[in-house]
Structure formats: structure tokens, C-alpha cells
Design a protein around this ligand. Structure first.
Ligand SMILES: *[C@@H]1O[C@H](CO)[C@@H](O)[C@H](O)[C@H]1NC(C)=O
Ligand SMILES: *[C@@H]1O[C@H](CO)[C@@H](O)[C@H](O)[C@H]1NC(C)=O
Ligand SMILES: *[C@@H]1O[C@H](CO)[C@@H](O)[C@H](O)[C@H]1NC(C)=O
Ligand SMILES: *[C@@H]1O[C@H](CO)[C@@H](O)[C@H](O)[C@H]1NC(C)=O
Ligand SMILES: *[C@@H]1O[C@H](CO)[C@@H](O)[C@H](O)[C@H]1NC(C)=O
Ligand SMILES: *[C@@H]1O[C@H](CO)[C@@H](O)[C@H](O)[C@H]1NC(C)=O
Length: 494
């Protein structure tokens, strides 16, 4: 139980975090939505910690999977989704793009938006990757596709695009899904549907996939992978669990050929990830010894119920961090009043969120994407999150025996869901080590480090923040290529 004082303290730390990280909030709202969720769990003591089969699969039949078997109809829908060109796209685009809605319920109320880019070369043999961003409530299209691993980046004029040399469609066909309904262009015409949580998100993402495969039948049996970051540390293992459970007893063409999942800077355990964040603040010199000692002494990270002293020290901790980009502690922050921007191949422009938001709100862009006119924002303001397990570790642990490959990767300059959080989470599973800790190489440089456990691999990406492909595009591409080929990234620099 919380005293009134303690709830006030929580409120204070929320306000402080939002104010102090205001600039970075603008730069990336994914984790602030996560923070708000954790705060609401604390104040409402909502704790849905169960990981039973029933948690994900109760009252969930295949009834919403479209029974549309009309091949020609599906072909027409697919052709209608083809994007001729995005406004302002550069010359030399040599791959196909599709964008549109997929209905996921029988009443056709919920419509989920997808953006799909094929690989320019050998797309018919390359794997299919679904990318998911977190929040909860943030857009995989606005972040993943337009700022991280997609084929384009929005230029600072917010009107033109440039090619991302390290786009993941070099090695895969990549599908971006805005999920659940209420995020980005995805919507429902019944606002009751905006009351959602992990369970419904997994359920409708699964139905989305089944229906998407009807529109793109050539991908039905393709090797399929799910990757993403942040709160997708919930979405990805949960969706994988639903897919594998639903695959049981299905005919081969109804099976989703899931081969692996890769989770970047994932929020996978409320308590261990919080503890890891404060420890990272200390080890990277964002916090004083006194504050670290205070947190060590007063915070237990065993439940949401912490003492007033703990709340106070956490408050002090945020204040000490100051105004930096917490998602990449060494990066510049966005300053819209300066003209000195440095958008170049390897330096991520911290104002990208602004350019993307402005670009995606242009009527001609929305028309090209085949969406209904929408005030698009990177993270949703309409969702009420109803369920979220305290820990996803039991789900991840359950997947380890399924034979799919499981990679947890971590940009090592992210302060929001840092490497320490991921390490504490994995360490709590006490898994036997199969591959000893070693560096991995990207061309002549160390791209990061890795360690292989039984059924699970941890990799760091050196010098990358929360959005790994934004900050280290080349290293991220090397890493994901290895992942898709089912092998570890290079052992040496030769
Ligand atoms: C948090 O810090 C602010 C200013 O630094 C202070 O006004 C506030 O009372 C603090 N709250 C708690 C619970 O310590
Ligand atoms: C929602 O949209 C579907 C089709 O787009 C329509 O059949 C249904 O009646 C709509 N419902 C409401 C409440 O507007
Ligand atoms: C495409 O496939 C062909 C035939 O399998 C192969 O020879 C070629 O190297 C592939 N190209 C790329 C870029 O993967
Ligand atoms: C909207 O959804 C709620 C909850 O499922 C349902 O009770 C209600 O009838 C729906 N309204 C419409 C107009 O479909
Ligand atoms: C933003 O840039 C302007 C112009 O260079 C400068 O005057 C201002 O101090 C900067 N603001 C911040 C918060 O860095
Ligand atoms: C979500 O919660 C807010 C207040 O917490 C409430 O005003 C709003 O109506 C809720 N929305 C839905 C869709 O339940």
C-alpha cells in the first residue's frame, strides 16, 4: 500500500522526469510511455504477473482470421496497397513498397496499418522480418521505418527523403506494423477498442499476420523473424508464444514459420530493469556515490511498493542526470532553433522525430500511404493500457526450449533500458554458458560483445543508444545479417 505522501513523491518524480528529459522526450517518446505505464502500475497496484497459456490465449479463437479465400480479391487488395512512390523520395529506389490496412476483427472495426518493403535483390528467397517498436503505444512506422532501419530517412526540410545505406531490407523483406489499434495510422471505429493491453496486442498482431499472409501468400512459408526494441520486449516474446501455440495442429499453410526473435534494449522485467537503470546512472557517472548509496540502501526492487526514502533518492537521481538525451547518453540533444544540424550517414540527427512527424502529417504523404486522413503522432494519446505482466522472463524462458533463436541485444549507451537492466534480467535465469563472452567485429572494429547461453544470446552494440539502428547503422546491419543467417557475428577482424 502507498501512503499519500509516497504517491505524491511518485507524481513528483514523474513530473521531474518528464520535465528534465523534455528535450529527449521530444526526440524519443517510446520510453516515456513506458515510464508512465510503470507509474500507473505503481499507483493502481495493477500487477498482472501471470504467464499461463490462458493469459495469452483465453477466449481467443481463430474466428477473426479472414476467411477470404478469393485469390483474385487478395491480389487486387495487394496491388491497391502498392506505394508508387513516397513524396520526396530520392532517385534510385529499386525495391517495392506496400502500405495499407488489414482488418483484424469480424466487425472490421480494428484496422491495423502496415508498411512493407521488399528487398531489392532476391526478395523471393530472403527472409521476412516483422519489426515492432514499444511504448506501449509508439509507432513502428514512425520510429522503426522512418528513423531506424527502414530504407529512408526524412531530411531536415521534413519534405524530402534520403536513402539509408544500411537499411535492413538489404538482407530481408521488412514489415512494420503499427499496433495496437490507436497507434499511428492504426485505428478502430469503436473507441472502446482503445482500452487494450499486452494480451489484446498479442492477439490482434497474430490475427494481423494471418490476414497479411493472405494478401501476400508468397511469404506464407518464408522464414519469419520478429525484431524490435524497448517495450517490444513484451510484445515480441508474447507474440512468439501465441504463434507457436497457435501453430500446433495446423495445416502447413496456416503455420507461421517463426525462426527467431531479436529484442533490443527490451523492457523485460519491471524490477530488474529499474534496478539496472539506477546502477547504470552510477557506473556511467551520471549520478553521485551518495545517491547511488541511498538507492542501494533504500530501494529493494522487489515490488512496486518502495519506501518514501527510496522515492526521494530516485527523485534526486533524475535531477542529477540533468538535461541529456537519456536514450543515448553521449549524443547531442535536439535544438530546433539552431541551423547547425549535422545529418550525415553515421550521425543521427536528434531532431528526426520532428521531421518525421511533420512529413507523415502531409496530406499527400498520407494519400501515398493509402491511409485515411489522420493527425499522426509518434506515440498514441488515446490508449488505456489494461494489462502488463511484471516480468516477461517466464515467457522468454518458455520460448528457449522451442528451438527458435532468441537474441537480446543492447545498445550500450542507452540509459533508459540499459545493458545492466538486460544483464540483471538474464542473470536471474541462471542459464548455463555455451559461448564465452567475446568481442564481435564489424569490419575492422569491435562492433560489440556477445555471450551465448543455453537457448539465448546476449549481444551489445558498442556506441549505440536505445534505437540501435539509428545510432550504429552499420553495426546493426552486421548484427541482424548474422542473426538472420543463424550464426554469431564475426569473431575476428579478418
Ligand atoms: C524532488 O525534487 C524536487 C526539486 O529538486 C523537490 O522540490 C521535491 O520535493 C522532491 N520530491 C521528493 C519526494 O523528494
Ligand atoms: C466500422 O467500420 C466497418 C467497416 O469499415 C463498418 O462495417 C462498421 O459499421 C463501422 N462501425 C461503426 C461503429 O462505425
Ligand atoms: C541472388 O541469388 C542468386 C542465385 O541464388 C545468387 O547467385 C546471388 O548471389 C544472389 N544475390 C544476392 C545479392 O543475394
Ligand atoms: C464497441 O465495443 C464495445 C465493447 O466491445 C461494445 O460493447 C459496443 O457494442 C461496441 N459498439 C459498437 C458501436 O460497435
Ligand atoms: C539552441 O541553438 C541556439 C542557436 O545556436 C542557441 O542560442 C541556444 O542556446 C541553443 N539552445 C540549447 C538548449 O542548446
Ligand atoms: C482512459 O482513461 C482516462 C482517464 O484515466 C479516461 O478519461 C478515458 O475515458 C479512458 N479511455 C478509454 C478508452 O477507456
Amino acid at each position: 500500500m502507498f501512503t499519500i505522501l509516497s504517491q505524491k513523491a511518485l507524481l513528483w518524480s514523474l513530473i521531474l522526469l518528464v520535465c528534465h528529459f523534455a528535450i529527449s522526450c521530444k526526440a524519443n517518446q517510446q520510453s516515456e510511455y513506458l515510464y508512465k505505464l510503470i507509474q500507473s502500475k505503481k499507483s493502481q497496484e495493477k500487477d498482472f504477473s501471470s504467464h499461463e497459456e490462458a493469459y495469452y490465449l483465453s477466449d481467443f479463437s481463430d474466428e477473426y482470421v479472414s476467411h477470404e479465400h478469393d485469390v483474385e480479391q487478395q491480389l487486387r487488395l495487394k496491388e491497391a496497397d502498392k506505394v508508387k512512390a513516397l513524396p520526396g523520395q530520392p532517385k534510385g529506389v529499386d525495391f517495392d513498397q506496400y502500405a495499407g490496412y488489414i482488418s483484424v476483427d469480424a466487425k472490421e472495426n480494428r484496422k491495423l496499418f502496415y508498411y512493407f518493403v521488399e528487398s531489392p535483390l532476391n526478395s523471393s528467397t530472403k527472409p521476412l522480418v516483422l519489426w515492432l517498436n514499444g511504448g506501449p503505444g509508439c509507432s513502428s512506422f514512425g520510429y522503426g521505418a522512418m528513423q531506424e532501419l527502414g530504407p529512408f530517412r526524412v531530411n531536415s526540410d521534413a519534405k524530402t527523403l534520403s536513402l539509408n545505406k544500411h537499411a535492413w531490407n538489404k538482407v530481408a523483406n521488412v514489415l512494420f506494423l503499427e499496433s495496437p489499434a490507436g497507434v499511428g495510422f492504426s485505428y478502430s471505429n469503436n473507441t472502446s477498442d482503445y482500452k487494450v493491453g499486452d494480451k489484446t496486442t498479442a492477439r490482434y498482431s497474430y490475427i494481423f499476420l494471418r490476414n497479411w499472409f493472405k494478401r501476400f501468400p508468397q511469404y506464407k512459408t518464408r522464414d519469419f523473424f520478429i525484431a524490435g526494441e524497448s517495450y517490444a520486449g513484451h510484445y515480441i516474446p508474447q507474440l512468439a508464444h501465441v504463434i507457436l501455440s497457435k501453430n500446433k495442429g495446423k495445416k502447413s499453410l496456416e503455420i507461421i514459420n517463426l525462426k527467431g526473435i531479436a529484442v533490443g534494449n527490451g523492457w523485460i522485467d519491471d524490477n530488474l530493469c529499474s534496478k539496472g537503470m539506477y546502477d547504470y546512472f552510477w557506473t556511467t557517472a551520471l549520478n553521485s556515490d551518495e545517491t547511488h548509496n541511498g538507492i542501494q540502501k533504500h530501494c529493494h526492487f522487489k515490488s512496486y511498493d518502495e519506501s518514501d526514502e527510496c522515492d526521494e533518492y530516485q527523485n534526486i537521481s533524475y535531477n542529477e542526470v540533468g538535461n541529456i538525451d537519456i536514450y543515448n547518453i553521449y549524443a547531442p540533444v535536439c535544438n530546433t532553433s539552431t541551423t547547425e544540424t549535422s545529418p550525415s550517414e553515421n550521425i543521427f540527427d536528434p531532431c528526426s522525430d520532428d521531421y518525421t512527424t511533420s512529413y507523415l502529417n502531409q496530406p499527400k504523404v498520407q494519400e501515398a500511404l493509402h491511409v485515411k486522413a489522420t493527425k499522426w503522432s509518434p506515440c498514441s494519446n488515446v490508449l488505456n493500457w489494461t494489462d502488463s505482466p511484471t516480468s516477461i522472463l517466464p515467457t522468454i524462458n518458455g520460448l528457449r526450449s522451442s528451438g527458435i533463436s532468441i537474441w537480446l541485444f543492447s545498445g550500450d549507451t542507452d540509459g533508459r533500458v540499459p545493458i545492466t537492466s538486460t544483464r540483471y534480467s538474464i542473470n536471474s535465469l541462471n542459464l548455463p554458458i555455451h559461448t564465452a563472452w567475446r568481442p564481435w567485429y564489424n569490419y575492422k572494429e569491435v562492433g560489440g560483445y556477445l555471450i551465448g547461453y543455453k537457448g539465448l544470446t546476449l549481444l551489445t552494440v558498442r556506441g549505440a543508444g536505445h534505437m540501435v539502428p539509428s545510432y550504429q547503422p552499420q553495426r546493426a546491419l552486421t548484427m541482424i545479417s548474422s542473426f538472420l543467417q543463424g550464426k554469431l557475428p564475426p569473431k575476428s577482424d579478418s
